[in-house]
Structure formats: C-alpha cells, structure tokens
Design a protein around this ligand. Structure first.
Ligand code: MRU
Length: 354
C-alpha cells in the first residue's frame, strides 16, 4: 500500500539530524498546536507521564524511539555497560504507563535488536532503524485496519466514539478514527458523536479537534449522555480503540465499559479497532495493572477547586470491557468476530508479545 504525500508533521517522529524525538504536545490542544522535542530519556518519560504523548500506538512508537534515543546518545564504549544503560532506560520508560501494552511492546522490539549487536556502533544503528520501522509500520497498519473496518459501516451512519483513538494517538490516521476516516474516504456519510472523556478530555480536546480539522462532521457530548442518545435511536454503532486486549477483555479509556453495556442493552454494535501489537493474549483481565492517576486531575479544573481537599478521589485511567460485549475487533489482519477463542488464533500466529 503506498502512502499519500504528507504536508504536516507526524504525531511523533525521529529527527536524525539532532538525534531527538519530535512530537506534537497533546496537552496544549486544541488551543495551541506545537511541536516539542525530547533529547533525553528523562524528558521523554516526563512527556509520557504528563500525556503530552499518549494513545497506545503512539506510546509504542515513543517506547521504541526512547530506547533508540538512549542508544544514540550514549557515550558508553563498552558493550556490556552500554546494554546496562539501555536496560535502565527501558525500565524507566516502561514504568510510566502500565496499562497500554504497546509501550512495552515498542521498547522490547528495539531492545531485542540492541541485544543482537556485536558492537556499540552496530547497536546504535540497529536501534534507530528499528524505531523508525515501528513508526512506519504504524501508518501502514492504521490504513489497513481502516480499510477492513470501514466495511462495517453502513452508507449513512452516526457513530459514537470515546477518548481519542485518532491520528494523535498513532503516527497518523488512527485506529477507531482511522476506520471513520476510511469510511469517509470511501464516500460514506458518517456523523461522529464524540464523548468528552472526563477527566482529561481527550474526546473534546483531541478527537473533536482532529475530526473538525479534516472536515468530518463531529458533535461533542458529555460522557453521561451516551446512553440517552442510544435510547433515542440516535446512535448506529460504537467504535473505540484499545490499550490492551487480553484473552477475556478489552482495556481502554475509563468510560468505555459503560458505553459497551449501554450499547448491548440497546442492541447497537460495539466495535473495537486495534493493531495486533495491542493484543496480550497470554494474560487475563485480572493480571493487568490499571493505571491510577493523580487526584488533581479530578479535584481541579485549571486553578478551580472542584472537591474539598479532605475528600478521597479514585481516578482509574482505564477500564476493562468483557469480550462478550464486543461485536467485532478490527485489526490490520482483518475483522475478528466471536467466538474470540477461535479468531484470536489468527493473532497468535502473527505473534503478539511473549
Ligand atoms: O490515557 P490515554 O489518553 O493514553 O488513553 C488513550 C486511550 O484510551 C485510547 O482509546 C487508546 O490508547 C487507543 S489509541 C489508538
């Protein structure tokens, strides 16, 4: 599949000239569209922790590029000490976000290449080449996935989505929003309902921004009105991304599960779009750590206090949707349908993480 010419920067990329990672700072959107750069692994870890770089596939690229950054900028000449330094960088990056499996997947892909090298110079070259390969493959993957997924969309439809599984969450194009973009490109009339995605508003800040920018019809709703719109017959299907798909569940942004329950109740198809790199089929839901984020994300809106200081806050970043609520999972190798125990065999043959 050939890529169309690009006029604008990718969400995240490697700058060979300066040996830096350049990325769009997603915390500034929609007010400011700015590219930042990371020259150290510490800076990258901070950017990931603050969600300047976010979304599972983009985190996979960030993890891969983070290991490449550590390698490229290392002054170690001894291969064993160099490998130790890379291992510490990988551990730091891996610790930033525990639920999104693509992060660990991207890190491990580049680490495996580094381990194959016979010299520091070779390890540096292999690491940068592999990180760039991870990024390039992501674009191809999203476009393939989009082409498979758009066949699930009727000619005219209203689609509900949660969080941001778009160009900003990947190198470009997107997973769930990639399917929407592919359907629009195929001439279908698609109206998108974007849930705001409290507390960090990836839906209103990012999904609305990128769809409106592409001229795709998008309407913002509070998360709490999704079920009512379904009840009124205003939603034809739901499509979301994923941060990790285990044997039994789909982990995605907090709030996804309630949309799946509501869609099931109203007999509305609930679809997930995710690359093979998001599958973790050796594990079950209960083995996964769900990231809990700082109370300040809920307790404040900017400088404004929203809850008394002495009130406890529970701020899970993700939830798990059991597979029996998922009508199909769109991947770059095709659309997977229940029974998933069988259709996941195809994914296992492609090889997910060990
Ligand atoms: O906390 P975030 O913004 O990284 O959460 C992102 C999501 O939940 C996305 O839906 C998921 O990563 C899929 S992105 C293609």
């Amino acid at each position: 599949m050939s890529m169309p010419e690009r006029e604008e920067p990718y969400t995240i990329a490697w700058d060979a000239e300066t040996e830096c990672i350049v990325y769009i700072d997603q915390t500034l959107l929609p007010g400011r569209y700015e590219q930042m750069r990371c020259a150290t692994v510490d800076d990258l870890a901070r950017a990931i922790g603050r969600l300047e770089i976010r979304g599972a596939p983009a985190l996979g690229i960030a993890g891969a590029m983070g290991v490449a950054l550590a390698a490229a900028r290392s002054s170690e000449t001894d291969l064993e000490r160099f490998s130790g330094e890379i291992g510490r960088a990988a551990d730091l990056l891996r610790s930033t976000r525990p639920t999104a499996v693509n992060l660990a997947w991207g890190i491990e892909r580049v680490q495996r290449k580094v381990a194959m090298a016979a010299s520091v110079a070779e390890a540096k070259a292999l690491a940068v080449a592999e990180a760039n390969a991870v990024a390039e493959e992501d674009e191809l993957t999203c476009r393939r996935l989009g082409a498979f997924g758009e066949e699930l969309f009727p000619e005219r439809c209203t689609v509900l989505t949660h969080c941001n599984a778009g160009a900003l969450a990947c190198r470009c194009w997107g997973t769930a929003l990639g399917v929407i973009r592919s359907a629009v490109a195929a001439g279908k009339s698609v109206r998108v309902i974007a849930c705001e995605t409290r507390p960090l508003n990836q839906g209103s800040r990012l999904t609305c921004w990128e769809l409106a920018r592409d001229g795709i019809d998008v309407t913002l709703i509070p998360d709490s009105s999704a079920a009512y719109l379904m009840r009124r017959g205003e939603i034809d299907l739901v499509i979301v991304g994923a941060d990790r798909i285990t044997k039994d569940a789909v982990f995605n942004k907090i709030g996804t599960y309630m949309h799946a329950v509501a869609a099931h109740h109203h007999k509305i198809p609930f679809y997930v779009a995710a690359p093979v790199s998001t599958f973790d089929l050796a594990r079950t839901e209960e083995e996964i750590t769900v990231e809990e984020r700082d109370r300040s994300e809920l307790a404040y809106c900017g400088d404004r206090m929203l809850v008394p200081d002495d009130v406890k806050v529970l701020n899970y970043a993700f939830d798990a949707t059991p597979l029996d609520l998922v009508d199909a999972i769109v991947t770059e190798i095709g659309v997977l349908r229940p029974p998933y125990a069988e259709s996941f065999r195809l994914v296992k043959e492609r090889g997910t993480r060990p």
